[in-house]
Every structure is written in structure tokens, then in C-alpha cells.
Design a protein around this ligand. Structure first.
Ligand SMILES: [Fe+2]
Ligand SMILES: [Fe+2]
Length: 308
């Protein structure tokens, strides 16, 4: 772990790269309008025709995934607060945080509109959960500028996968198209944060590796404060939308490969240890995934009717 002053100095050293990545993001991004994705013609008045679960068209586990993803997006004020607290005095990051927040804002608006119009969520449960989640707030205990770049690169990639996989598993054209569009935004955010970390590795590889080990040791996705988190996230894990296997195969492995962690040279002994930790981490996640899958399979076998 490096003192905050060094972390701030590192961020200043990579500011030209941050500015270049923001410019690339502005070039790459496509402005889009959520209202063009929603089948408004399906909308009905909830007072005249209250919600009933028989109206839902998506599988329950996909609906849970979409609900968790939406509630995660709903906590945007806390994410912005964290960015402002950590990067507030850096003009380039202030500019990025504003743009990022504006883009993120549309995600919750769009998902809420889709779920309400299509009646794939109980609107009262959604609103009660939103109140609870936002009132509880969110804090991932990551305050150091370097740590927050490392954390967000990982989290944006995880969010992209979670949105995309939820849309894919919905087996519904509208949900698929909308979630794919949102996932595209998350991918662009991921490219930004990953790019900053790549440049930081060029400047201070040992310090960045130590940060990676620290952040990944306590990594948790935003969402753990939601009502019924354990039950709901287990339901989502079983679908393969987001779980330990996805985290190992589609998040940790590509990041380790992209950052060429195995090829970094001139590391401090502490950073060598951090690298060993990072290189072993996908294996640890896969071991957890295998034991989870075995438990699910055993449970399914027990439930199988006799004679089948
Ligand atoms: Fe988002
Ligand atoms: Fe994002």
C-alpha cells in the first residue's frame, strides 16, 4: 500500500493518458435514447389493472437478475459521491466523473421503464427495495485513488457481463436489445478504467500490483446491501448470469492477460507476492465455482422424482 500522496502523484503522472482516454471515449460513445427501446404500446394502468405475477413473461431467475442489476444502478448517487471524494481535485477526473455519471443515469431509467411496461417486476417490491437500498447507501471502503481505478476496472467489466448475460438469458428481443445497449456503455467505461490502470502499471508496477492484490482480496460487487441479497444472488449465480465461474473466466483471466501480470519485471518482494496472489486467484474462484455447482447438482438429484 502506498501513501495517499504517492497515489495522487501517480494519478497526476498519468493525467495525459486520462485525457487521451476521455477523448477516445467521446469519439467511441454513441448517444442513445432509452425511449426508443421500450415497447410503450404494451403499457397498462397499474391502478385499473394491478400487478400480478401471472403477467410476467420472463423466467423468475432472469427477473431477479434484472431487478438486482437495476437496484445496483439505482445507487448511482453513492458512486458519484465516491468518485468526487477520491478524484474531486483532479480536473480531468472531474470531467470524466460528470460524463460517466450522465451515462450511468440512463441505465436505471431505461431498465425501470422496460420492467414496468413489460410487467416483469412487482412495482411495489421494486419501489420498496429502491427506498431501502438508497437509504442504506453503499461504501466499498476503497478510498485511495489507485485502488479505486483498480476496483472500477474490474467492476465495470463485471457489470457489463452481468447486464449482457441477463439480456441474453431473458429470451426476449426487447430485453436483449436494451441490455446489450447498456452493456456496451459499461464496456466503454471498462476500457477507460482498464486503460488508466495499464498506464499506471508502466509507472509504478510494484505499487499497482500490491493494489490489485489488496482490492481483489476484499472484492465485492455493489449490491450486497440489498434486501434478500444472499438468496437473490444465489438464484442469479445458478443461472450463470454472474457467479464465481464468470468472475474467474471472463473477468480475472482477461484482466491478468491484458495487464501481462506474468511478464512484469523489477518488482519488489512484496509485489512478487502480490503477483503470485493474482495469478492464483482465478483458480481459487474456479474451485469455489466447482463446489457450488456440485452442491446444486446434488440438490437437483435429490429432487428428481423416482423412476425418472
Ligand atoms: Fe451502468
Ligand atoms: Fe459503467
Amino acid at each position: 500500500m502506498i501513501p495517499r500522496s504517492e497515489s495522487v502523484a501517480l494519478m497526476e503522472a498519468v493525467t495525459p493518458t486520462i485525457e487521451r482516454l476521455i477523448a477516445e471515449h467521446r469519439e467511441r460513445r454513441e448517444h442513445w435514447y432509452f425511449h426508443e427501446f421500450i415497447p410503450w404500446e404494451e403499457g397498462r394502468n397499474y391502478v385499473d389493472e394491478p400487478w400480478d405475477k401471472s403477467q410476467a413473461t420472463l423466467r423468475p431467475e432472469v427477473r431477479t437478475a434484472l431487478l438486482l442489476n437495476l437496484l445496483t444502478e439505482d445507487n448511482l448517487p453513492y458512486y458519484y459521491g465516491q468518485l468526487a471524494k477520491t478524484y474531486g481535485e483532479t480536473p480531468a477526473m472531474e470531467a470524466w466523473s460528470g460524463l460517466w455519471t450522465a451515462e450511468e443515469g440512463q441505465h436505471a431509467i431505461a431498465m425501470r421503464a422496460y420492467l414496468l411496461v413489460s410487467r416483469n417486476v412487482d412495482p411495489r417490491v421494486l419501489e420498496d427495495d429502491r427506498m431501502t437500498v438508497v437509504e442504506r447507501g453503499w461504501d466499498n471502503d476503497v478510498e485511495d485513488p489507485l485502488d479505486l481505478f483498480v476496483y472500477t476496472a474490474t467492476q465495470e467489466l463485471a457489470t457489463r457481463l452481468s447486464h449482457f448475460n441477463a439480456g441474453k438469458q431473458a429470451d426476449d428481443e426487447v430485453a436483449y436489445t436494451l441490455m446489450k445497449r447498456i452493456a456496451q456503455d459499461e464496456n466503454h467505461h471498462y476500457l477507460f478504467y482498464r486503460g488508466v490502470v495499464t498506464e499506471m502499471l508502466n509507472h509504478m508496477p510494484s505499487e499497482v500490483l500490491c493494489s490489485m492484490a489488496k482490492v481483489n482480496a476484499g472484492f465485492k460487487m455493489p449490491g450486497t446491501t440489498m434486501p434478500g441479497w444472499t438468496r437473490r444472488s444465489l438464484q442469479v449465480a445458478q443461472t450463470g448470469i454472474y457467479n464465481h465461474r464468470v468472475h474467474a473466466e471472463n473477468i480475472l483471466k482477461p484482466l491478468i492477460l491484458h495487464w501481462k501480470l506474468d511478464q512484469l519485471t523489477g518488482l519488489t518482494p512484496e509485489a512478487e507476492q502480490a503477483r503470485d496472489y493474482m495469478m492464483a486467484l482465478p483458480g481459487e474462484y474456479l474451485a469455489m465455482a466447482e463446489s457450488f455447482e456440485a452442491r446444486i447438482a446434488a440438490r437437483a438429484k435429490k429432487r428428481k422424482p423416482v423412476g425418472v
